[in-house]
Write a protein that binds this ligand. Structure first.
Ligand code: GTP
Ligand code: MG
Length: 641
């Protein structure tokens, strides 16, 4: 027997039963109709919203209270085209809706969300949900866009046709969810009957498909009072953006712009942060007596954490571009442009968005592969996702480029930006190469033409961008303040103890635990041109890539003689590394699997250690080979150390 939980029962003698009853809601709808935006609007959460299909790939839970004091538990779900799930993310939606998950009952009320400007496509799922005969309310979202395009819907008629309440919402407006909340309150006030056990819809019933199609046409016929005007602006823009020649030119120009901006816009804020950290360091140095505690603060914390935090501006600039591209609706268009190319190395066009997400971090990228239907294509995409340059590599690249590549112009382009672009490109090229090898060894995919919705173009809102950037800044600073700080302190400890023996002539760090480990490892890394300082830095870098930068900061601060403060890591490495060493380190970072959490996610998403182990091995092998070749070849030309 199927039962509905209403939260915990009130203690005897407590007030109104209605108020203490918790109602659970689930947001269901086609991809990109604004479910997460609505979820954020109602709960005040900051889940990721973006203008393409497949942003949410997991269930997300939140809570809100209505003005009357009713508490609602609300679940945001991945978008689905049908309850007849074809992809892993659609399976999540289906299972939550049917209460098929072990730890939770089916939701009390289903909020089925549609993009009002796209009813023709969205109504199919609505009809499927209505057939479940559960308390359901339809949210006509994006009513602002509908109004702008002159679309008029006969809402009372739609209610009558569907037999469920229908409300208008504008998820991106401050009070855009109020009609929905009022409706939910009204439903919550009445007892929600027990519903019979649910049956899953049979798979692929073609007959029923055509009946549904007829039904949709009929409903649209009687409820659309005025059709939306054609989207002339969007069509014109698409003619340019998807143009077989111009399209690629625009895509390349956009990418160039991003990498140029990362270097040229970030100078001032980076200098400010650097000066700030240096000032604090000098203050501590002059106020505190020399000793262990001062060394911990100055060499461990300030040099380590300080040398990572200066990269915040560059990371934010990168994300500003990513956010604008995500919100505008450009990304699925880029996926179309690159579909053929990706097909030629055995990837599905659907892999584009997961791979692009991996530029932020491979972990959400790997999770986004849940939108890929074929398990073979999904695995291939997972295997190459970590080759995309994640934002944690940016500080390492930026540090080495800042130290070794002169800040000069090449035509209208900045050389540093150009090299950065080259490194990102190397990652992409390597990924395509590995995909090709997978295609030749594991087997081909069946090429399926890309079926991806092209969403309407949206102007990114300032508020949305600001929230997105703040969120990014918060994530980065939290990382610096927790895992990076902890690793820095640990590294400082290992690099300081045991102290140098009496009368030692070498820097004290060489006698420490870290120094000893570094010298042991040097045998391994000498052929690729790394010194023992780099070898030490690579180890904590396994937990978080950018820690390598902080670790170099600490290691060099402790190796330094005299009082020079070492947030000035850049001149330090410029003076002590040879150019081939620098190139070799860059090559290492393009390929090396320097992130344990990524491997853990691969294991979780594939339910097996094998792909994670294969990934670890192939990436290490590639990294060593690439660094070796880079070091040897560049030493031949430039002359090594
Ligand atoms: N103009 C307008 N834009 C909206 C509205 N609701 C959402 N959006 C935008 O629509 C896009 C998609 O929103 P999301 O909330 O990510 O959509 P979703 O349904 O969660 O998508 P998936 O997670 O991929 O299933 C984003 O660009 C939002 O800013 C609305 O009411 N009006
Ligand atoms: Mg979503």
């Amino acid at each position: 027997m199927f039962s509905i939980t209403h939260g915990s029962l009130p203690e005897p003698g407590t007030a109104a039963i209605i108020d203490s009853r918790q109602i659970s809601l689930a947001l269901v709808g086609n991809p990109n109709c604004g479910k997460t935006a609505l979820f954020n609007r109602l709960t005040g959460a900051r889940q990721k919203v973006a203008n393409y299909a497949g942003v949410t790939v997991d269930r997300k839970e939140g809570q809100f209270h209505s003005a009357k004091g009713q508490t609602f538990q609300i679940i945001d779900l991945p978008g689905a085209y049908s309850l007849n799930a074809l992809t892993p993310d659609e399976e999540i939606t289906r299972d939550v809706l049917f209460g098929a998950r072990a730890d939770e009952a089916a939701p009390d009320i289903i909020v089925v969300v549609v993009d009002a400007t796209n009813l023709r496509r969205n109504l199919r799922l609505v009809l499927e949900v209505i057939r479940l005969q559960r308390p359901t309310v339809l949210a006509l979202n994006m009513m602002d866009m509908a109004a702008k395009r002159g679309l008029v819907i006969d809402i009372p008629r739609l209610k009558a046709e569907l037999g469920i309440p229908v409300v208008e919402t504008v998820a991106i407006k401050a009070d855009g969810g109020s009609e929905l909340v009022a409706q939910l309150e009204a439903m919550a006030a009445k007892p929600l009957e027990n519903f019979p056990t649910l049956k899953r819809p049979e798979a692929n019933n073609a007959d029923r498909g055509s009946v549904t199609q007829k039904e949709i046409v009929r409903i649209l016929d009687v409820t659309i009072k005025q059709e939306a005007k054609e989207n002339l602006f969007g069509d014109k823009l698409d003619a340019i953006v998807l143009h077989p020649v111009l399209g690629y030119v625009i895509l390349m120009a956009l990418l160039f712009l991003v990498f140029q901006a990362v270097f040229s816009w970030s100078k001032l804020p980076m200098d400010l942060i650097k000066d700030g950290v240096t000032a604090i360091g000098s203050a501590v140095q002059s106020l505190m007596p020399e000793g262990i505690l001062r060394s911990l603060i100055v060499d461990g914390i300030l040099s380590g954490v300080g040398s990572v935090i200066v990269f915040l501006p560059q990371i934010l600039i990168l994300f500003l571009f990513i956010l604008v591209l995500e919100e505008s609706g450009y990304l699925p268009r880029a996926a179309f442009l690159l579909d053929r190319m990706m097909g030629s190395v055995g990837l599905s066009g659907r892999a584009f968005i997961p791979l692009l997400s991996s530029f932020a971090c491979a972990i959400p990228g790997i999770m986004a592969t849940r939108t890929i239907q074929s398990p073979r294509d999904r695995l291939a995409t997972i295997m190459i996702a970590p080759l995309m340059t994640c934002s944690a590599r940016l500080p390492v690249y930026a540090l080495v480029i800042g130290a070794f590549i002169p800040d000069v112009s090449v035509g209208i382009l900045n050389l540093q930006g150009l090299v950065l672009f080259g490194l990102y490109f190397a990652g992409i090229a390597a990924a395509m190469g590995v995909a090709y090898v997978i295609k030749r060894t594991i087997g081909k995919n069946q090429y399926q033409p890309l079926m991806l919705e092209l969403p309407n173009y949206h102007w990114p809102t300032l508020r949305g961008l600001a929230i997105g950037l703040l969120e990014r800044a918060r994530i980065f600073i939290t990382r610096v303040g927790t895992i990076i700080l902890a690793l820095m302190i640990l590294l400082w400890f290992l690099s300081t103890f045991p102290a140098a023996p009496e009368g030692a002539t070498e820097p004290a760090i060489l006698y420490s635990y870290a120094g000893q480990i570094g010298q042991l490892l040097q045998v391994l890394v000498a052929p690729i041109g790394f010194n023992w300082q780099i070898a030490i830095a690579l180890i904590p870098g396994l937990a978080a890539r950018e820690v390598a930068v902080g670790a170099l900061g600490t290691v060099y601060a402790l190796s330094a003689t005299g009082d020079d403060l070492s947030v000035a890591l850049t001149p330090m490495i410029a003076a002590t590394w040879s150019l081939p060493t620098a190139f070799s380190l860059l090559a290492w970072y393009v390929f090396a699997p320097q992130c344990i959490s990524t491997l853990a996610v691969v294991k979780r998403e594939t339910n097996s250690w094998k792909p994670a182990a294969a990934m670890l091995i192939y990436m290490f092998a590639l990294a060593y080979l690439a660094s070796f070749l880079t070091y040897r070849i560049s030493s031949l030309f430039i002359g090594g150390s």
